[in-house]
Design a protein around this ligand. Structure first.
Ligand code: OMP
Length: 276
């Protein structure tokens, strides 16, 4: 079994570094001339799968935008995940889950076990209940070659209130999260399967990032104001493992499939230095 870290590393080399977010916000459906309803959602998601599934290294559907339409929305999400994976993209489901004990184990099975209806390659997780509470997800990642991205320094302005708080030994909370992941990634070649989410909008990073030995999901680029120069400045020696994530900056070019693909190529070109 090939680990998620190894599969991701190969995909970034083969398809470019960009992760494309699939965020079917009602305002985007309207901009694409689609109705705000299950039909519009399905058309939006099919177009994204057709554009990005065969071309992008990673696609990141945002679960809430599908859950908002109930069971029919979840069915569209399942179809989208299947179509993107069948076309060769890795699917990272942005669900930001985090719980304890058997509940966390249930979340892990729902996404990270290969026979689950919503089986994906990786999910986003929240460490607010303690990084150790996410262990059931980490175990399934090791068992099935799937991955997880844990929130460390998020792109929103409210993040530092918790993430910069000083904890044990005067370290900021985000540093403890990075170190807990680094311990679990230790020795993995070419890359560990447990990633950290670090936004491009964080300003000066209050933590050391280079020990992670895993991928960094980097949102906040484009619509939230983050740039390639911010990425250069924040990640230094870890640049190779950065996965820049963009949603609106690509999706606003829809609904034409070729134009969407061109927008992803432009992002890949902007970030070609990461693996250059
Ligand atoms: O986990 C995420 O994906 C995420 C973490 C974070 O710190 N900031 C952040 O914006 N995101 C997600 O990344 C996407 C950003 O969308 P754009 O601002 O349109 O590129 C949204 O789906 C957010 O939920």
């Amino acid at each position: 079994m090939t680990s998620f870290g190894a599969r991701l590393d190969a995909a970034l080399d083969a398809r470019g570094s960009t992760c494309v977010g699939i965020d079917p916000h009602p305002a985007l459906l309207a901009a694409w001339g689609l109705p705000d309803g299950i039909g519009g959602l399905a058309r939006f998601a099919e177009t994204c799968a057709a554009a990005f599934g065969p071309t992008a290294a990673v696609v990141k559907p945002q679960s809430a935008f599908f859950e908002a339409y109930g069971a029919a929305g979840i069915a569209v999400l399942e179809d989208t995940v299947r179509a993107c994976r069948a076309a060769g993209a890795l699917v990272l489901l942005d669900a930001k889950r985090g719980d304890i004990g058997t509940t966390m184990a249930a979340y892990a099975r729902a996404y990270l076990a290969p026979d689950a209806p919503l089986a994906v390659d990786a999910i986003t997780l929240s460490p607010y209940l303690g990084v150790g509470s996410l262990e059931p997800a980490f175990e399934l990642c090791a068992q099935y070659g799937t991955g997880a991205f844990v929130l460390a320094l998020t792109s929103n302005p409210e993040g530092p209130q918790v993430q910069h708080a000083r904890a044990d030994g005067d370290q900021v909370v985000a540093q403890l999260v990075i170190e807990a992941l680094a311990e679990r990634n230790a020795g993995a070649v070419p890359l560990g399967s447990l990633g950290a989410v670090v936004g491009a909008t964080i300003g000066a990073a209050p933590v050391r990032l280079d020990a992670l030995n895993g991928p960094f999901l980097v949102p906040g680029i484009g619509a939230q104001g983050g740039t390639a120069d911010d990425v250069r400045r924040i990640f230094g020696a870890a640049l190779r493992n950065v996965v820049p994530s963009v949603s609106r900056a690509v999706l606003r070019h829809g609904p034409d499939v070729d134009t969407l693909r061109t927008a992803v190529e432009a992002q890949n070109a902007t970030f070609a230095f990461l693996r250059g």
